[in-house]
Ligand binder design. Structure first.
Ligand code: NAD
Ligand code: UDX
Length: 482
């Protein structure tokens, strides 16, 4: 099949960048990204490329080249579905917040709505592609919904999970480690797989395009995220042991990672992982395992989440302990809010949970993030507190003690402590001794990302993740800094 018209439902962190890159690399294909969110579509169509709804390095250059040529953003979902030969579903699949599977299962409401709309609107044969991350065997449910079409349309359902990471999305899409396409081993299934493979072949080398059955493809996505998150929880669990024993997690991580069987990536100890994917996808995996009666397997993966929660709590408690056991009425500064650097996304960011604990303890919280807006920060906290059924008054009182700054200087001025929660490059370049001069004495820096160098004489106390306070000869150098 010669594909000339693609539609993507969902103009979010995946739909937007993914389709922008397909449009860039395949100028012969018209790509329309649709969404029910008018504001989001307006932002994608904004003349000022700094107003795109997502911040990703390199994204605005791609949009600038393709938009209006063969890349379009629209709220006219029906029209885009009708015209397309291939439809990507890149809608959100959050953790269910109600009913059966609450707190674990993926909420498939949006996916099902898309499928229903495709079934209703389609007049010609379509290839429907799962781009969202979904539980194994979701394709079966999608096929059932699509079969409600009354116009004799043939639908092929493929799984093509997305592996991009935020902050590096464009590079990840340009040079993917692999592209995974799952399809049915039937004549029409194989033809659909070939059609999708031919699109990626415009820029991805053939040997990096992997074709599998649908269930393997769906599960591989959940498994990849689980394995990545597991490495972070493993290293974070060891960081706690390092802090007790005099070992240093940076040194341990390096030593472990030099084993080529293990590899060095994703072994960076931190305040805990965040983002919209890891927690949601592991909870989904846990739910699936329980569903199939695999309780031991479910418990194994659930531990990854438990350690991550433990790490976020541990970090917040270190700040409180480090400030003589109380932060009540003390100015404490959070540097960073995004769940990682180079993104404006703060979904499930560790910062939210650290802030929550500090505010509960009475801190006056001052926050600076180079990309995340004050409205987003307040909304993140409000959402958390509303989910806990806190009263409007309580929420308003806490928000008043949560001040967002446009620069780090005012955020840190007269503060008792700085807590680094996101590894933004600009934090690495600060003159920390000058900052410390303007803080309350003795100034304290809690580095949740281990980005402040610990080789110089500091005028402040530095506490890193996985670095010990135990006095022994091998720690002498570090003790001078602490
Ligand atoms: P998102 O929330 O940023 O975007 C989803 C968009 O879908 C929203 O703008 C929403 O308005 C729109 N939408 C929902 N239902 C719709 C409907 N019926 N019609 C039209 N539009 C609709 O989500 P995201 O981060 O892009 O994630 C999408 C999927 O991709 C999820 O399943 C996620 O797990 C997966 N994923 C995300 C990432 C990531 O880095 N964010 C990476 C890989 C995979
Ligand atoms: C992740 C997967 O990497 C990606 O393949 C998938 O498509 C979506 O989920 P993302 O969540 O965007 O991507 O970012 P990622 O780089 O994986 O970071 C997730 C979290 O883990 C961040 O909070 C990050 O700071 C943290 N992290 C990452 C660590 O704490 N230590 C590490 O060594 C690596």
């Amino acid at each position: 099949m010669n594909v000339t018209n693609i539609c993507c439902i969902g103009a979010g962190y995946v739909g937007g960048p993914t389709m922008a890159v397909i449009a860039l690399k395949c100028p012969q294909i018209k790509v329309t990204v649709v969404d029910v969110n008018q504001q989001r579509i307006d932002a994608w169509n904004s003349a000022d490329l700094d107003q795109l709804p997502i911040y990703e390095p390199g994204l605005k250059e791609v949009v600038e080249e393709a938009r209006g040529r063969n890349l379009f953003f629209s709220t006219n979902v029906d029209k885009a579905i009708d015209e397309a030969q291939m439809i990507f579903m890149a809608v959100n699949t959050p953790t269910k917040s109600y009913g059966e599977g609450k707190g674990f299962a993926a909420d498939l409401t949006f996916v099902e709505k898309c499928a229903r709309q495709i079934a209703e609107v389609s007049n010609t044969d379509k290839i429907v592609i799962e781009k969202s991350t979904l539980p194994v065997r979701t394709a079966e449910k999608i096929k059932e919904v699509l079969s409600s079409n009354t116009k004799g349309v043939n639908f092929e359902v493929l799984s093509n999970p997305e592996f991009l990471a935020e902050g590096t999305a464009i590079q990840d899409l340009f040079k993917s480690d692999r592209v995974l396409v799952g399809g049915d081993n039937t004549e029409s299934g194989n033809a659909a797989v070939a059609a999708l493979v031919s699109i990626y072949s415009n820029w991805i080398p053939q040997e990096k395009i992997l074709t599998t059955n649908v269930w393997s493809s769906e599960l591989s996505k959940l498994a990849s995220n689980a394995m990545l998150a597991q490495r972070i929880s493993s290293i974070n669990s060891l960081s706690a042991l390092c802090e007790e024993t005099g070992a240093d997690i940076e040194e341990v991580s390096k030593a472990i990672g030099m084993d080529s069987r293990i590899g060095s990536k994703f072994l960076k100890a931190s305040v805990g992982f965040g983002g919209s994917c890891f927690q949601k996808d592991i909870l989904n995996l846990v739910y699936l395992c329980r569903h199939y009666g695999l309780d031991e397997v479910a418990e194994y993966w659930y531990q990854v989440i438990k350690i991550n929660n433990y790490q976020k709590n541990r970090f917040a408690k270190k700040i409180i302990t480090g400030l003589n056991g109380t932060v009540n009425q003390k100015k404490v500064t959070l540097l960073g809010w995004a769940f990682k650097k180079d993104t404006n996304d703060s979904r499930e960011s560790a910062a939210i949970y650290v802030a929550d604990i500090l505010l509960e303890e009475g801190a006056e919280l001052h926050i600076y993030d180079p990309m995340v807006k004050a409205t987003r920060i307040h909304q993140d906290l409000t959402t958390l507190w509303e989910a806990r059924n806190e009263s409007k008054d309580e929420i308003a009182y806490k928000l008043k003690r949560c001040i967002v700054h446009q620069n780090h200087t005012t955020a840190l001025d007269s503060s008792f402590a700085a807590a680094i929660v996101t590894e933004w490059d600009e934090f690495k370049s600060y003159d920390w001794n000058t900052i410390a001069d303007n803080m309350m004495q003795p100034a304290k820096v809690f580095d949740g990302r281990n980005i402040v160098k610990d080789t110089e004489e500091y005028k402040f106390k530095l506490k890193k993740v996985g670095s010990s306070n135990v006095k022994n000869s091998s720690n002498e150098r570090k003790e001078k800094a602490i």
